[in-house]
Structure formats: structure tokens, C-alpha cells
Design a protein around this ligand. Structure first.
Ligand code: DC
Length: 234
């Protein structure tokens, strides 16, 4: 395990399908830190809205959702098989990855009050440091003071090919062209939304992993820790 000179916050932001969560998990594992998937929190709120009939024909009853926000508790639990998202103590890890959730989550994540509530929860989760959090606004809004900020990017064509291979390996039929246009659409939505759009924080380190393996990315990470004087010398 890599030891640091002090407990820090690591903020990882970037485009969809860049491998942010796999990378964040590897880093958390290497440092013995907690991993928080902030996208899962927006997905959990979306699931709550769907389950409570606050979305009809794609139209969100924002007033009702905002009124019920205090009833939403989100936490994470880790066991030998991985980390699970809990919504009001129910394990919803599988449900939040479903298409019905995926198709509403970007609209849900545009709602100011939803972001305000989730950012508050995320800051509470990070108050003792020792965490790796990934998302779109972690280095800019949630933890602007994070000691290490990484902004991940990769060639859209390479991201699409990775996603295509992943789906194919799971036996899910996929079209490369459709995936490419979906990635382009999501990049546009993430960068052009009004509230907390995806932006590189000024002091974030850019990691373009288009042609990097996980090992290359971990070496890059260790080198950056060293350059920042965060690596404990044994
Ligand atoms: O990372 P993901 O695809 O699971 O994220 C789901 C959605 O939540 C996606 O539309 C972007 C949004 N999101 C956000 O607005 N802010 C974050 N910090 C994380 C995710």
C-alpha cells in the first residue's frame, strides 16, 4: 500500500466512459481510502423519483421531489464483492444502473436543489479526508480545496470502442456508431448545462488515458504524488 505524508482528498472529474470509476477504485484501494461514486448519488435520487411516481412520461414533478429531498438518505457499503449504493438503507446498486434511471438522471442532475443537497452530503462524507470521489464537479464545486485533482479525458472514438467491447463481452448487442453518438451527446450535455457544468479546475492535472493501460495510469499517479511532495519516503 502506498503511504502519504498526510490524509488527503482526491477529486476525479471527467467525461463519461473515460474509466473514472475504475481508476478511482484502484487509487482508493492502493491508498486504503474510501471511494465515493458521486454519479451513483444522482442515480439514487433519480430512482427515488421514479419509485415515488414523481416522473410521468419523462416529466419531473420538481416541486414534489424538492419537498421530499430531506427524506433521501444515501450511503455506501463495501464488502468482499465491492461497493454498493444504499438508498434509505436498501441496496440499489443494480437498480440505479438500469436504463430507466440512465434516461432521466441527466435531467435530475440539472435541478439546483438536488445538487445542493447532494453536494452537502458529499462534503460531509469527505470531512475526515481519506477519500477518492469521482464525478463532474468534484474538483470545482464539491472540494475546491482538494489536495489532488485529476481531470480525465480520452479520445471519444477510443471511449466508444471500450464501451462497445465491454457490452459485447457481456453479451449485450451494441452498435459502435450509436455508442459514439451517445458519448458525443453526453459530453455536450455535461459541458453545456447551466449549473455546475463539467469543467477542468484550474489546478487539476489532466490525464488523457487514450493510450494508457491501468498500470501506466497508476505509475502516472504515483509520479504526480511524488512531484507534489505527498509521497511518504520509507
Ligand atoms: O458518472 P455517471 O454516468 O454514473 O453519472 C450519472 C449522471 O449524473 C450523469 O448524467 C452526470 C451526473 N453527475 C453530475 O451531474 N455530477 C456529478 N458529480 C456526478 C454525476
Amino acid at each position: 500500500m502506498t503511504e502519504l505524508v498526510k490524509k488527503i482528498i482526491i477529486a476525479i472529474d471527467g467525461y463519461s466512459s473515460c474509466g473514472k470509476s475504475s481508476y478511482a477504485k484502484l487509487i482508493a484501494n492502493e491508498l486504503g481510502y474510501l471511494y465515493i461514486d458521486s454519479g451513483a448519488m444522482y442515480r439514487a435520487v433519480s430512482l427515488f423519483a421514479l419509485q415515488n411516481k414523481m416522473i410521468e412520461n419523462g416529466v419531473i414533478d420538481e416541486i414534489s421531489l424538492i419537498r421530499n429531498l430531506p427524506k433521501i438518505e444515501i450511503s455506501f457499503q463495501t464488502d468482499g464483492n465491492g461497493t454498493y449504493t444504499l438508498l434509505n438503507d436498501e441496496n440499489v446498486e443494480k437498480k440505479i444502473r438500469n436504463l430507466d434511471v440512465s434516461s432521466v438522471v441527466s435531467e435530475i442532475s440539472k435541478i439546483y436543489e438536488v445538487r445542493e443537497r447532494l453536494v452537502q452530503m458529499q462534503r460531509t462524507m469527505g470531512k475526515n479526508k481519506g477519500i477518492v470521489m469521482d464525478g463532474r464537479d468534484i474538483g470545482t464545486i464539491v472540494f475546491p480545496e482538494a489536495e489532488m485533482k485529476i481531470f480525465m479525458t480520452a479520445d471519444p472514438k477510443i471511449r466508444a470502442k471500450r464501451r462497445f467491447d465491454e457490452l459485447r463481452s457481456k453479451g449485450i448487442p451494441a452498435s459502435l456508431l450509436e455508442i459514439e453518438s451517445n458519448i458525443e451527446h453526453r459530453d455536450n450535455k455535461d459541458t453545456n448545462r447551466e449549473i455546475s457544468p463539467l469543467r477542468k479546475a484550474e489546478d487539476a492535472l489532466v490525464l488523457d488515458n487514450s493510450r494508457m493501460t491501468f498500470d501506466d495510469q497508476m505509475l502516472w499517479f504515483t509520479r504526480k504524488l511524488f512531484e507534489k511532495g505527498l509521497l511518504k519516503k520509507n
